[in-house]
Every structure is written in C-alpha cells, then in structure tokens.
Design a protein around this ligand. Structure first.
Ligand code: ZN
Length: 635
C-alpha cells in the first residue's frame, strides 16, 4: 500500500472502531500502523489516538492531553525495553479493555467527564459518568484530572445483550462501555463501572503511590504487581493464564518504571512516555479448517454468514462455529472451502476467523437470494439484506420476539423451530392455534403442553406497550412504544400517526420514525388479525396503573427488565425525577442527585425488592452483583 492508502485505511479503521463496528482485527490494525511507520515514522496520524469525536455530543478539550503507550507483544520486546533503564523496580497493572475517560475536579468537586476522543479533544459525558458505579463526586483537596477506564463486566454484558433487540446488541464489553457512556438518554450507564489508573499531581509521585492515592480517594483501581524485570515477566505470564477467569476483560498489562525521576529522565517519543509500555496479550486462538458457511436471515432482514469449522479447543471450550460477520469480511479474508484459518475469541467471548493461513479451495460464493424466502438480496458491499417483509426467515425471529416480550415462559427456540418445521408456526397468530400439537412432538407430553398452553392463554391479555413491542417491528422497542403511546394515547392513535407526527416527537430521528410508521403500515393486516385474538388491557386494569417510576443506581438486573415490568403492569416509566414522579426505585440511599431531588419533592423512594413485591414478581436472577456502592465519598 502507498502512504496515502495506509493513512486512509487507518482512518477508516479508527472511525469504524469508535463507532462500534470494527472492520479489521486489532492485530491487522497494528500492522497498518507499523507499515506506515516504516514509510513515514513522523506522520501525524501515528501520534493521534482514537478517532476525532462524533458530532452528537458537546466537544471538550482535555486539560492534560490523553496520550497513548508504546505497544509490545513479546518477551523479546520486553527485554529490549527494559535495557533502556535496567535495575529498576517495575509496576505491572491490568490493562483494562474498556473506554478511557478523564474526570476533572476543581476545589474538591466534580466538574466534568470527557471521553478520550483524539487525545486532545473528546466528548463531554458529564451527565452519564455520575451514574456509573465507582464514581466519586467529591475528592477532598483535589484539583486536577483523574484517568479512568469505563468497564462493563462480562456477566452484565451477556445479561444486557439478552434484553436488547438484535440490532442494538453490543459486540463486546469494550464497545458496550464506549457506546453506553456516550448515549444521550443515560440508559444503562448504571451498569458500567469505573477503574481509576492515573491522576494529575503537583509533585513527583511513584506509580505505586499514585494508585494508593487513588484508592484513598475512594476509587477502584486495576490490580498491580511490583518487582524487578524477571518477576514482572512471570507476573505477565501468570496474568495471561488467569485472564479468562477474570470478571472484566483485560487485553494485556501496562508496565511502568515505578520511580518518577527515572521516567522523567527517559523522556518521550512520538508523544509516548519511554518509561511505560502496554504489553498486549496474544488473543486466545487456534488453527483449524474451514468447512462451509451457512447464511441466516435475522428479524431485521440482515443476512449473516456463519462459518462451520473442524472442531477445535480454545480456552477450554470446543468451537465448531464462528462468525464471518458480513460480505466485506469474507472478501477481505478471501476465504475458501478447506482453507486453514486462524480463529480467535474476540473480547474473550465471540469466536471469529481472524485470517486465512493457507488458501486451498475455491472461494465462498456470495448468495444473491435470501436463504429463507429466495427473494433477491440487496448487497450494499458490506452487508446483505432481505427486503421481503413477509420473508418466513424474518418472521420466525419475529415470532420468537413475540414469545419473549409476551412472556410465554417455557416456549423456547427449539420448540418454535420444531413447530415451524411441521409448518404449524408460520406467523405470530399461529402461537394461539397450537392446541393439541405440542404434545405430539417427540419429548413432549400432555402435561408439558398444558403448561405452555396456559402461558399462551395468559398472554392473550396485554398492555398496548407490550403489544407494540412484541410485534418485533424494527425500531419499535419498549421505550419507543411507551413514547408513542404517551403522545398518541391509544394503540389506534399510534397506528393512525403519520410520519410527520412521529418525527415531531422528541427523541425520534428521521430513520427511526420512518421504520416505525412504515412497519406499522406493512404489518397492518397482521396487527388486525392479532387484535382479534389479543385483548389490550386498559391502563386501569394494571396493578401499577396511574403510577410513575424512575430507576437509579445499581440493580441486580438491567434497568430495561424493571422498566418492562412497569409497562406490563400498566405503569409509566419516567427518565428523571419531576413532580410527576410517584416512585424512585434505588437500592440504597446513595445521595445521588436523583435521590436528593426526590427527597426534596417528597417522592417515595423504594428498593428493588419493594418494587418487585409491589408487582408480585420475584427476582429470577442472581441477587445483586458485588458492585461497590455509588458515591461513597458523598459528604
Ligand atoms: Zn427472505
């Protein structure tokens, strides 16, 4: 590649990465940077980190630029780095794989929080950061900046993705942290956790003392080890071994010379301190054979390729399938049948094919017809789309969505697939025509059928919000359904709303307004048919009718779960504390601005358990995760 091509490729990759849909692996990205460095080591793009901030949030300039560290990959790299300043004690800290931010304080008080952005300018996310656990609002006698990594733990990540519609799911914990912390509606920020790793100081401070100071300020900090280089090497090896068992994703270790004066004497290169390096793990991977691909059409019509592989062990589990992401990825890999491929588990969770090591067979042919309905596919160069609204591939996922949203417990995907294969489940309405069919399936009896039919009968009465969400129309989430019903009063009112009416509502972008109005129109026959089966419960029938709720602070399940319960029982969710709010739900009197305001307004503050008792539901998941309480230093 020429210099210009390399710069463009780096820019594109950065943009895609920070928008949450990376097009190349970390390793390939590093290779691009290395190649550019070989041609033009002083190119300014090499000194920038991240991508310029997007325009949706207010931009803010860092008081101290957020630099990056030189990366190393091997023991040899480490040895040659150590030679710069041998015989010093080194500190090894977790390199947390989240989103870096800077939190600024003035005269002991929180002022603002800024994303890393391009290192000198980021986005102001001061509204969301105080919702994150581990946040400190007041730090006695401190003025300056604290560097933190915003993290989501692996369990929370999986639970959250389970609750999100397919098109909104996050690919890994890092993207969840980066995406959620920049959300304009503050949703899910309370599922994020802050780890502080550095701060601005007036005088010289050892690295170990910095972490101690941060701990005393009340912050959680990454684990660290201190010792001579040989010990640090062993610590790194040990860390890479225990990595899969950690609650948070880490992608390596940061190694720093502990002594301030030695670090200062070494100075900087390309804006990077010579006294510190980021030692990256090789992602857990394995070599195997690609057998074939299959294509699956999702609820929104995106057709995605899945690779079938010779089974291979990675990190203690056997992998026989991996994502191929999209058409662009297949082209980039140039993958063919029987090829030897390198497989890794990205972000420790999702297996992906990183590269083809040996080409053997003829390349994958990109389909032109939908694997489910055979209609011609749209190919935008990156992804394939089935545009047939009544494609049975898409409909199957809409049926699953209905089962999930209408809470027909016990009706799993495998049962749905078995019924579909018998042509008994072709549209949502068919769920209500299954009497006598389930018990004929192998492994099912009359008793188990009776249980499921009971649940199906229960689901015949639902709120208008649940009905709209259950339809599985792209862009129609619980929150949008609520907003629409608030504005247009009834289900009928929502169905009659025009594109302009919806566009005029706060929080609706052009695309989402179009998707919703268009979807309601396209599925109008189906909606009419469903309304003959389902009774829409009026608000007065719900346990929570006429009551308003707002959730804040750490909860044992994602907030959307509780918001769904409010809707299910006829109540209404509010995003902030106003005089219209009846209940603020939070697990501890955490002194947050929301609970202070609620106390001032005389709003009732109840716990998660009080709330669940109120609706008569039990928490089905594990009790609260051991997250530290919020705002511990609140005066
Ligand atoms: Zn189709």
């Amino acid at each position: 590649m020429t210099e210009i091509e390399l710069v463009q490729a780096i820019k594109n990759a950065k943009k895609a990465y920070y928008e949450g849909s990376p097009t190349i692996s970390d390793k390939e990205y590093d290779a691009l940077e290395e190649a550019l460095k070989a041609i033009n080591p002083t190119h300014p793009i090499l000194a920038t980190v991240g991508h310029p901030p997007s325009s949706t949030r207010v931009k803010a300039t860092h008081i101290i630029p957020m630099g990056s560290l030189q990366k190393i990959h091997t023991q040899e790299d480490f040895d040659s780095w150590v030679e710069r300043a041998p015989d010093n004690d080194l500190v090894l800290q977790w390199k947390m794989d989240g989103s870096s931010i800077s939190i600024e304080y003035s005269d002991s008080h929180f002022v603002r929080a800024i994303t890393r952005g391009d290192g000198s300018e980021g986005e102001d996310i001061s509204d969301n950061v105080p919702l994150m656990s581990g946040f400190q609002k007041v730090i006695q006698d401190f003025t300056g900046a604290v560097r933190c990594e915003v993290m989501m733990d692996k369990d929370t990540f999986e639970k959250l993705n389970d609750c999100l519609p397919e098109e909104d799911r996050y690919e890994n914990t890092r993207m969840a942290a980066a995406g959620i912390s920049r959300r304009l509606d503050g949703l899910y920020s309370n599922q994020l956790h802050l780890f502080a790793y550095d701060l601005s100081t007036d005088g010289p401070l050892k690295e170990t003392d910095k972490l101690l100071l941060l701990k005393n300020m009340g912050f959680d900090t990454p684990e660290q080890w201190i010792g001579p280089p040989e010990f640090i090497k062993k610590a790194f090896k040990g860390l890479s071994e225990i990595r899969p068992t950690l609650r948070y994703s880490i992608d390596g270790a940061v190694v720093k010379i502990d002594d301030y004066d030695v670090q200062q004497a070494l100075g900087w290169v390309d804006g990077r301190p010579k006294g510190q390096v980021a030692w990256k793990f090789e992602p857990p991977g394995a070599i195997t054979q690609f057998i074939k691909e299959t294509w699956d059409v999702g609820r929104t019509g995106v057709v995605t390729p899945l690779a079938h592989l010779e089974p291979v062990r990675i990190d203690g589990s056997t992998i026989s399938k991996a994502t191929l992401h999209n058409v662009a990825q297949i082209k980039r890999l140039g993958i063919g049948y029987g090829d030897t491929v390198m497989l890794t588990k990205r972000g420790d969770i999702i297996p992906a094919i990183e590269e083809v090591l040996e080409h053997k067979g003829k390349p994958i042919e990109i389909p032109t017809q939908c694997p489910a309905c055979q209609s011609t596919l749209d190919n935008d160069g990156v992804r394939l789309f089935c545009r047939n609204d009544h494609c049975h591939g898409k409909t199957f996922y809409r049926i699953l969505n209905w089962i999930k949203v209408a809470k027909i417990d016990g009706f799993g995907e495998s049962l749905a697939a078995a019924l579909r294969d018998l042509c008994c489940l072709n549209e949502i309405q068919d769920i209500y025509r299954l009497n006598g069919l389930i018990s004929q399936l192998p492994g099912w009896g009359l008793n188990s059928e009776e249980k499921i039919i009971g649940k199906i009968q229960d689901s015949k009465t639902m709120s208008a919000e649940v009905f709209l969400t259950a339809l599985g129309i792209p862009g129609l989430s619980t929150k949008t359904a609520e907003d629409l019903l608030k504005a247009f009063k009834t289900l009928d009112g929502v169905r009659k709303a025009s594109y302009d009416d919806v566009m005029a509502l706060k929080g609706f972008a052009q695309i989402s307004a179009y998707k919703v109005v268009d979807g309601l129109m396209k599925f109008s026959q189906e909606i009419d048919a469903l309304l003959k089966i389902v009774t829409i419960a009026s608000k007065a029938q719900g346990k929570l009718s006429g009551k308003t709720f707002c959730f804040t602070g750490a909860m044992s399940q994602p907030r959307s779960v509780y918001q769904g319960l409010v809707t299910k029982h006829g109540g209404q969710n509010l995003s902030g504390v106003t005089k219209d709010l009846n209940y603020l739900v939070c697990n501890e009197d955490n002194g947050s601005s929301k609970s202070q305001k609620a106390a001032k307004l005389g709003t009732r503050i109840i716990s998660e358990k009080d709330f669940l008792d109120m609706v008569g539901e039990e928490s089905t998941q594990q009790p609260a995760m051991e997250m530290p309480s919020l705002f511990e230093l609140e005066p």
